[in-house]
Ligand binder design. Structure first.
Ligand SMILES: *Cc1c(COP(=O)(O)O)cnc(C)c1O
Length: 399
């Protein structure tokens, strides 16, 4: 019950035990095409280029940034937590001139601050996280999308922690590249990362690729071309798009088993219904919050911008947060999350995501946490938490 990875859905694990196929086997290429089509629905996009990057969520973040950014490019990073800092780190390695627009942890960035920065530095790329699990905050994206369109900047969004748990309307956001991972709301294991790429971004990436072809052809390649080449082979989105196109230009060996898993994750989302799944994450997340508050615990961060699927809980004074986590784990087989940086030792992070986003899992977690906290001598109101959560779960219409 942490902020991810979560328990994978059993159907996903079963799909991943299917026999391997060669990457040019027609049955397998049909699965590739089917996976692209499924994720277009999950991302709410018509983007042709919607596929998988082999690796954890960070692989897709890196593929997006290294393929969009040329050395010297101005880039604006919207930063409100640990994963905003990761965007800066990767953009800097790509040689970007990074301008940060920061918010204090536990809040989100104001659209006006982003607009000011974009007007000032005229970035090629604006990069932001949607839901940052490190602080449990969800950044509003619509207005940032408008700002990017108005100023001809490409918008990258890390939606790893929110895809299929909160609204991630890629086309309505007018986002150019959005990436995710399986191990949060999609109910799969880490290891492959869904990505979707707009035509505008694809054109930009393919135009860099042409320069590279010029170099490959030897002497006489365009002057100054070297600096513009995509610095990574594995994460070169131009090569990856050609690999996932009907041309199937050879690149890596697609991670067969992870593709089976990712395909099953998307099938589960669409069987349940994307909107129903988002509503489930909202309801169980609210039940968890209601229970924690009924217990008398304080929550971290701006409630108006809290992610649906994870909550930060202030560790009560005098309580050893790590001891509580260990006793939850050994006594109840329930893992809750620790925290990073300025929040280390101050909050726990409790997730209700994917397969773990179910009423009984929230109720059992609340009961276990109450028992451990009372045993540790914390002042919590006994008997209230599970009741409060049950009330919400059993009468969702009345909430
Ligand atoms: C969990 C999370 C990730 C995870 O990245 P991995 O490479 O899969 O570890 C990335 N971004 C955000 C916003 C996350 O919440």
């Amino acid at each position: 019950m942490g902020p991810g990875p979560i328990n994978a859905h059993p159907r996903v694990l079963r799909a991943m035990s299917a026999g391997l196929l060669g990457q040019y086997d027609p049955e397998f290429t049909a699965y590739m095409n089917e996976t692209m089509a499924l994720y277009r629905h999950v991302f709410k996009t018509t983007n042709r280029w919607t596929f998988l990057i082999d690796g954890s969520a960070r692989a897709a973040i890196e593929a997006a940034l290294v393929s969009l950014i040329e050395p010297g490019d101005p880039v604006v990073v919207v930063n409100f937590g640990r994963f905003g800092l990761l965007l800066r780190e990767i953009a800097e390695r790509c040689g970007a001139a990074v301008t940060m627009v920061d918010a204090e942890w536990g809040t989100v960035v104001e659209a006006d601050a982003v607009r000011d920065a974009v007007r000032r530095v005229r970035p090629r790329v604006v990069a932001t996280v949607h839901g940052d699990t490190s602080t449990t905050m969800a950044q509003p994206i619509h207005e940032i999308g408008r700002i990017c369109v108005e100023h001809d900047a490409l918008l990258y969004v890390d939606a790893t922690a929110t895809l299929s748990g909160m609204e991630v309307p890629v086309d309505a956001w007018r986002a150019d590249i959005v990436t995710a991972g399986l191990q949060k709301c999609l109910a799969g294991p880490p290891g492959t990362a869904p990505i979707t790429i707009s035509e505008r971004a694809a054109e930009r990436i393919f135009s860099r690729r042409h320069v590279e072809r010029g170099i490959a052809q030897g002497p006489g390649s365009p002057a100054g071309a070297t600096g513009r080449r995509i610095a990574s082979n594995y994460f070169d989105l131009a090569m990856l798009m050609e690999y996932w196109s009907e041309r199937r230009l050879n690149h890596h060996t697609e991670a067969t088993t992870m593709l089976y898993g990712a395909r099953e994750c998307a099938r589960l989302v669409l069987e349940e219904g994307l909107e129903a799944r988002i509503a489930r994450h909202a309801l169980v997340g609210r039940a968890m919050v209601a229970g924690l508050q009924a217990m008398g615990l304080r929550l971290f961060g701006d409630r108006a911008h809290k992610m649906a699927n994870v909550v930060g809980v202030m560790i009560p004074d005098g309580i050893d947060g790590e001891r509580v986590r260990t006793r939850m784990r050994t006594g109840f087989e329930i893992e809750i999350g620790t925290a990073f940086g300025p929040l280390a030792g101050r909050i726990w992070r409790i997730g209700t995501m994917g397969y773990n986003c179910r009423g009984h899992a929230a109720l059992i977690t609340l009961g276990a946490l109450e028992a451990v906290l009372r045993s540790e001598g914390a002042e919590v109101r006994p008997g209230e938490a599970v009741q409060a959560a049950m009330q919400l779960l059993e009468a969702p219409a009345a909430r």
